[in-house]
Ligand binder design. Structure first.
Ligand code: MN
Length: 485
């Protein structure tokens, strides 16, 4: 977690006199304190003055832009705040913006209410003016409506805060690619220049030979320390200790390379293992457990997305992993997700076991990997595809279940889930939208967080959820195609 803060900027004007402005400030501070003490927000909110003039608004915006600890701004109009006054400032704003439409008092006090009361408590009035200018200027912003002490409103703010952290993390993210995209595969391809423009991701390639060189430099002591860590985290269920030590060496080498370059995500491919004895399995899984993004077959988009979603939810412990749709269970209406090796143990329902099995592809030694069953619970699967000229983020709500089969001969980690709105329609919609077989599965992120993030990144967002109707969905995709062209 970092020391991000969110500025609470209150809209008003000089019209109501000094006394009202003093009260606005007092009340706003009480609201900020209430939000902070709710324990529903992952980051602190800081009261940042009441705005009366366009000069003040420009000033606070420029301050927010330049202050590295300011993650985003939350605005609220306690009174009426004429919006032409906000145009200059909002034009300059380079940080994510949330318009919190709320009100200091929960109820209307029957005896107390008079015109003075109305002048002070008029956010239902002032926030509509504020809403208009956001809409008029076509500015990406999150709107939250609700009483500031209500948990639902606070949860929405918390979701947005996490998305904002994903936004900033994204802007600094570097991805290390070992080898290229898997030959002939379309969905894992993409425009890396566009990705850097939109997301800030710096996606570059390093030769596998360099990794081999780094591995040669890894000491026995470093491997021992890694083995110690593996023992603490996982159950070693193999006699083949050498294979585990080889993964440890790969992990130390990859981590060193990434840390030297400031990379927080990586991809590799079984088609480029020149000089390596094993494809990284356990090594990639343990790096993911420590927050690094990963995806297989050169899929840098999913790798970066894994890292972003992990960063958003660094304070949570439900788990987030690279995932792949594999096989259906039509009887139980479930999807079996897995990968040839690399599922993050953060989603394990049990203590993960280290086992060694042949891979079948890649023409190398049997790699050590973590095997476990995923947990039951609500989650999302997210896919980022390049539609040619734009990125599309597809988010599907899913319900993970305890797998009904034990699958004793399946040598990899597995998670099973039912997609929303149901097995038949959910999968149909996914295919219609062009969602990949590679996804990020997360028990911590939710659809609202991802929508907020997509809005900030200025990319197309598609949700498949409980209420999705395939006929309307197809129509929405058609319209979206025109909008995003
Ligand atoms: Mn794959």
């Amino acid at each position: 977690m970092n020391n991000y803060k969110f500025w609470f900027v209150v809209g008003s004007q000089f019209l109501y006199g000094e006394e009202t402005l003093t009260q606005v400030e007092k009340n706003s501070k009480i609201m900020v304190e209430g939000l902070n003490s709710s324990e529903k927000l992952p980051y602190e909110v800081v009261y940042k003055n009441t705005m009366k003039t366009s000069a003040e608004i420009k000033m606070v915006t420029m301050e927010a832009n330049n202050d590295k600890t300011c993650a985003g701004i939350i605005t609220y109009c306690h009174t009426f705040s004429p919006s032409k006054m906000w145009i200059g400032g909002l034009n300059l704003l380079q940080k994510p913006w949330l318009h919190f439409h709320t009100q200091f008092n929960k109820e209307i006090p029957n005896e107390e209410i008079d015109m003075n009361y109305m002048n002070l408590h008029q956010s239902a009035h002032g926030d509509r003016e504020h809403g208009f200018i956001g809409a008029r200027m076509r500015l990406p912003r999150k709107v939250v409506f609700g009483y500031w002490q209500d948990e639902d409103a606070q949860k929405e703010i918390a979701n947005w805060m996490r998305a904002v952290v994903g936004y900033h993390f994204s802007k600094d993210l570097k991805v290390m690619r070992f080898g290229d995209n898997m030959r002939e595969v379309a969905v894992t391809e993409g425009d890396k220049v566009e990705a850097q423009i939109k997301f800030g991701w710096e996606v570059n390639t390093w030769p596998v030979g360099t990794m081999v060189k780094y591995m040669e430099a890894v000491t026995d002591e470093e491997v021992d320390a890694k083995m110690q860590e593996y023992q603490e985290r996982y159950e070693i269920a193999t006699e083949d200790i050498e294979s585990i030590r080889y993964q440890a060496k790969e992990e130390v080498a990859m981590k060193r390379m990434m840390d030297e370059e400031g990379c927080k995500a990586f991809s590799n491919t079984f088609q480029d293992l020149y000089g390596l004895k094993q494809l990284s399995g356990l090594a990639s899984q343990n790096l993911m457990a420590d927050g690094y993004g990963y995806a297989g077959e050169g899929d840098w988009k999913t790798s970066a997305l894994t890292a972003v979603m992990k960063a958003m939810t660094a304070d949570m412990n439900g788990g987030t992993t690279f995932m792949e749709d594999y096989t259906y269970d039509f009887t139980n209406q479930l999807i079996l997700g897995s990968h040839m090796l690399e599922i993050c143990p953060s989603v394990a329902a049990e203590r993960a076991k280290i086992e060694v099995h042949p891979l079948g592809i890649g023409d190398r030694q049997p790699p050590a990997r973590l095997k476990f069953e995923g947990k039951a619970g609500s989650a999302i699967v997210v896919s980022l595809v390049d539609m040619g000229g734009r990125f599309r983020l597809i988010v599907q709500d899913v319900e993970c279940v305890k797998p009904p089969q034990t699958m004793p001969n399946l040598p990899v980690a597995r998670v099973m889930w039912e997609p929303k709105p149901n097995f038949r329609e959910g999968i149909k919609c996914w295919i219609l939208a062009g969602g990949a077989h590679h996804t990020v599965l997360s028990y911590d992120c939710n659809v609202e967080m991802m929508q907020d993030w997509a809005r900030m990144m200025d990319i197309e967002f598609v949700s498949i959820n409980e209420k999705t109707d395939p006929i309307q969905f197809e129509k929405d995709l058609l319209i979206s195609d025109i909008v995003w062209k």
